[in-house]
Design a protein around this ligand. Structure first.
Ligand code: 1DF
Ligand code: MN
Length: 362
């Protein structure tokens, strides 16, 4: 975790490094939202079991790790910058932590939380334009208001993408009811980061029973399935220039590319499901052409190299997953990968600059 034992120089401070480190899945949480979550948890009632497991733990535990994380989630100033300085991070692309607005049943409440989070994040980005970039938080509960907030985040706040913390009360972006969100993002050519959440009530049972519902594995099961539902829904045929970003090296989907193509084609041919329609391209084509992948805590060279090989070197980007993961050894491990200087610069810096439209080399 933390550990400021040995400071890692940033690319800006160490030109010999040859690249800036841009971290692309970095979380924050407004204090006001922390209090709303605390009230939900204290209020009893029919609380979502994934939320109870995740935020019930983080907000009630007195152990060091949850306290460390929640202090940093709520900081958009000196604490965050000190950690970035210590771990060699030149720039964070910051987004509202899961489940963000998406735990609220009331769409107006969720929408007001998105606005509040975006205004706070925008102020921090304006205060530290060389260190912070931001993604627009939305409340998918009201898809048209969410589309409007995407436009406001892009035009007025200068945000470089959109964050969606996976399902919204058990509903997925594969449902055309949410497609005003895709339409707005495609029109602005701004990427949507599909970030994990705990699985909804309908699928969390066996994960929760075994303690596997969180970042250890359940997040990947839920978010990988969500991305796959978006692909098989035909959303990318309707919005062919839509860009999605997914963390944790694709939530295991890159490993499945061959079998997804084989089984999808076979299933469509047999007309087994009304819900599985023919697509214009192969499943793997969408995953190669419409989706980008960040490492976020998957700091393991064999799988990073595998993803570069099967998806394309320009689709794989560095992310730290601050403050949930802030491990200097992970930065060192990724600095030490067997890549050329130009490839390293792509991985840590220029792939992110290009995807998010960040100012180059700043
Ligand atoms: C955790 C991990 C929590 C990730 C997160 O947001 C999160 C965790 C609530 O370790 O509990 O974004 N993550 O992306 O791995
Ligand atoms: Mn994360």
């Amino acid at each position: 975790m933390a550990a400021h034992d040995a400071t890692i120089l940033r690319g800006k401070e160490d030109p010999a490094l040859g690249y800036l480190r841009i971290a692309t899945e970095e979380a924050f949480c407004p204090p006001e939202l922390v209090r709303m979550w605390q009230e939900m948890l204290a209020g009893g009632g029919d609380i979502d079991p994934g939320f109870e497991s995740l935020m019930g733990f983080y907000l009630r535990s007195t152990a060091d790790r949850p306290k460390y994380i929640f202090e940093r989630l709520q900081d958009l100033g000196s604490l965050r910058l000190e950690d970035m300085d210590a771990t060699g991070i030149d720039r964070q692309v910051i987004s509202l932590t899961a489940p963000g607005t998406q735990i609220f049943g009331d769409a107006a409440t969720a929408t007001s939380v998105a606005t509040l989070a975006n205004d706070q994040l925008a102020a921090a980005c304006r205060a530290h334009p060389d260190r912070f970039s931001g993604l627009t938080a939305i409340a998918p509960q009201d898809p048209h208001a969410a589309a409007e907030e995407i436009r406001r985040g892009h035009d007025q706040h200068g945000f470089c993408g959109v964050i969606v913390n996976s399902h919204t009360n058990g509903e997925y972006l594969s449902d055309p009811r949410f497609w005003p969100v895709f339409e707005a993002a495609e029109a602005l050519d701004t990427p949507i980061y599909l970030h994990p959440n705990t699985a909804p009530r309908s699928m969390i049972g066996p994960l929760l029973e075994a303690g596997l519902d969180g970042a250890i594995y359940g997040f990947a099961v839920e978010t990988g399935m969500h991305l796959l539902r978006i692909v098989t829904s035909g959303a990318f045929d309707r919005f062919p220039r839509l860009k999605l970003v997914v963390g944790h090296l694709g939530e295991a989907l890159p490993f499945w590319l061959y079998r997804l193509d084989y089984m999808h084609a076979a299933t469509v041919r047999a007309q087994r499901y009304a819900s599985m329609k023919p697509l214009q391209r192969r499943v793997s084509d969408y995953l190669r052409e419409n989706v980008w992948y960040t490492t976020s805590g998957m700091a393991w060279e064999p799988v990073i190299q595998f993803c570069r090989q099967v998806l394309g070197a320009d689709r794989v980007l560095y992310a730290m997953d601050y403050p949930y993961e802030c491990v200097p050894a992970e930065v060192h491990a990724q600095d030490a990968m067997a890549l050329s200087p130009a490839e390293m610069k792509g991985f840590f810096q220029s792939n992110a600059e290009k995807l998010f439209g960040l100012p180059a080399d700043s």
